[in-house]
Design a protein around this ligand. Structure first.
Ligand code: MN
Length: 185
């Protein structure tokens, strides 16, 4: 886990994205979903882990329906402070385009009570390519699973909503505004 790749891709003289620094939530771990109108519109799903944000780009965005398995491409780790980033990444920079915080909140591991080695369990689940967690966001709620596909592509995962009381066929992406500012992309 490191922010080396994050740094390599960016020139901080010309983008207002946060510089690479380790950070940490005081209590519960946080997640964020950013809607990113880059060359292709996508949603960036990020889970706080070990002082940074593990990140997946989801072309079609998350779904609250267990029947929609959403492709999630693991991308470089992002700094903790990226969770609050909204704005325009200027033309000519990596990921140029507008970013809003589409959803945020806290998360816990599904079926896990002992909080002492919580992050160790998270990391080993991540390593094993199967991570189930409960989101407590403003839009996304309940249990989800990220599962790594056994393909030649190293970074290909699926994000799948579990069947629980929050599962619905309603399209959550219709709620299109920022949870921080009410802005749209
Ligand atoms: Mn992105």
């Amino acid at each position: 886990m490191s922010l080396h790749k994050y740094n390599l891709k960016r020139n901080f003289d010309s983008t207002s994205e946060p510089k690479a620094e380790i950070g940490k939530s005081k209590k519960e771990l946080v997640f964020v979903v950013q809607k990113h109108a880059a060359s292709h519109l996508h949603y960036d799903f990020r889970l706080e882990m070990g002082g940074l944000l593990k990140s997946w780009a989801i072309p079609k965005g998350p779904s609250m329906s267990p029947s929609n398995k959403r492709l999630a491409i693991m991308v470089e780790d992002h700094p903790y402070s990226y969770k609050d980033f909204e704005g325009t990444i200027p033309e000519g920079n990596y990921g140029a385009g507008n970013v809003i915080v589409w959803d945020n909140g806290t998360y816990t591991l599904a079926d896990y009570k002992n909080t002492d080695d919580f992050e160790d369990v998270l990391k080993s689940d991540l390593q094993n390519g199967h991570l189930s967690f409960i989101l407590n966001g403003k839009k996304l709620k309940g249990e989800f699973t990220l599962v790594k596909l056994k393909t030649k592509e190293e970074n290909t995962w699926l994000l799948i909503k579990s069947k629980d009381q929050y599962a619905t066929e309603e399209d959550i992406l219709q709620q299109y505004k920022s949870v921080l500012s009410n802005k749209t992309v």
